[in-house]
Design a protein around this ligand. Structure first.
Ligand SMILES: *Cc1c(COP(=O)(O)O)cnc(C)c1O
Length: 354
């Protein structure tokens, strides 16, 4: 079971340590995690000889019900390999317009892979409809790229995607000869929130990327899983990208530990996010869509001229938030306690009460 005592950042008094709400990527490895990292058995993974990496890959493949998996440096690399395992130069993938692969990965799939991205407009829940997929598939015509893949995401901005819709989208894609890749950077949050196994959630998906370095709390790493043949292709591409790592079992051990001990505890992050959202929603001057708070993210609407002063005010009190674009995203994670959430709500209340 997760030990809350190990979470305080080293060398900082728990009462006045920084509360960083910018992202769930900011977590510090716990003492227990550092211990398993120190003890990890390692080997040269490019030779396939790192037992810790092999154990991590085997575990993720089993958790997701896939044939194989490959450990990679980041979610961005994992998604890039995922898309390129399905698409050749001149091919195209369909993707939700707000999804990370389309918005925040420098379009590496296009730059490095020569693969076109065709965005589909997502609805307010960040979902897509099967009809949009059908409409997006190009005819066999020399004027058009060849549509090969549908790229989905779950969770999206903290929202759990409707499972029956994910399945309908995958069925439609497959019926039309497309493969399906899921950016599951926060798939475990979706699984915990719904009380379902991650394997169930991705049963109809071909390749799945999960991040170990988000809510799971590992310092680095992602895993791409899928059919053995696609993972073999991904391994070759990983090497080409310079992502073939050697005794990386030292960091893979953190990921393995995170999957063993930090999945169920994500429910705490979700209840902390809910507590934060409800606390902030009660403050005049802020807008919070409580229905959108489903896992560990809260989006707060702030009047544009108050956003920067609020950020500075909170920073002076040891609370770090990101810039508004236009809303301010606040993310709960392993290093944010319920007491921290209350401190944040108190400080924001103080700011608006001045
Ligand atoms: C963070 C994130 C990624 C990319 O992961 P990195 O490890 O930062 O490259 C991909 N998709 C989503 C939804 C993310 O939140």
């Amino acid at each position: 079971m997760y030990d809350g005592m190990t979470r305080a950042a080293p060398g900082s008094a728990s009462t006045n340590r920084t509360i960083d709400l910018r992202s769930d990527t900011v977590t510090q490895p716990t003492a227990a995690m550092r211990e398993v990292m120190a003890r990890a058995e390692v080997g040269d993974d490019v030779y396939g000889e790192d037992p810790t990496i092999t154990a991590l890959e085997t575990k993720v493949a089993a958790m997701l019900g896939k044939e194989a998996a490959v450990y990679v440096t980041s979610g961005t690399q994992s998604n890039l390999l995922g898309v390129l395992a399905h698409c050749q130069r001149g091919d195209e993938y369909l993707i939700g317009d707000v999804y990370h692969v389309y918005q925040y990965e420098a379009l590496g799939t296009s730059v490095l892979g020569g693969v076109a991205a065709y965005p589909l407009r997502t609805d307010p829940s960040h979902g897509l409809d099967p009809e949009q997929v059908v409409a997006g598939i190009k005819p066999d015509d020399a004027h058009k790229p060849i549509t090969k893949l549908l790229c989905l995401e779950n969770t999206v901005n903290g929202r759990v995607q409707d499972q029956s819709r994910i399945e309908a989208l995958a069925d439609t894609a497959h019926a039309n000869g497309l493969a399906v890749h899921l950016d599951g950077a926060r798939l475990m949050n979706a699984a915990v929130k719904q009380g379902r196994s991650p394997k169930d959630l991705v049963a109809k998906i071909d390749t799945v990327s999960i991040c170990l370095s988000k809510g799971l709390g590992a310092p680095v790493g992602s895993v791409l899983s899928g059919p053995a043949e696609h993972i073999r292709t991904a391994r070759r591409l990983r090497k080409m990208l310079g992502g073939g790592m050697r005794q990386a079992g030292v960091i893979a051990a953190a990921g393995l530990h995170a999957l063993e001990t930090h999945v169920e505890r994500m429910a705490e992050d979700h209840s902390n996010a809910r507590r934060l959202a409800e606390g902030l929603a009660g403050i005049e001057g802020l807008t919070v869509d409580l229905d959108a708070v489903q896992t560990n993210m809260v989006f707060v609407g702030v009047e544009s001229d108050r956003a920067d002063p609020l950020r500075v005010f909170l920073a002076e009190r040891g609370i770090v938030i990101g810039r508004s674009r236009p809303e301010i995203r606040m993310v709960t994670h392993l290093d944010v306690t319920t007491e921290d959430v209350d401190r944040v709500v108190e400080s924001v209340t103080e700011f608006y009460g001045r």
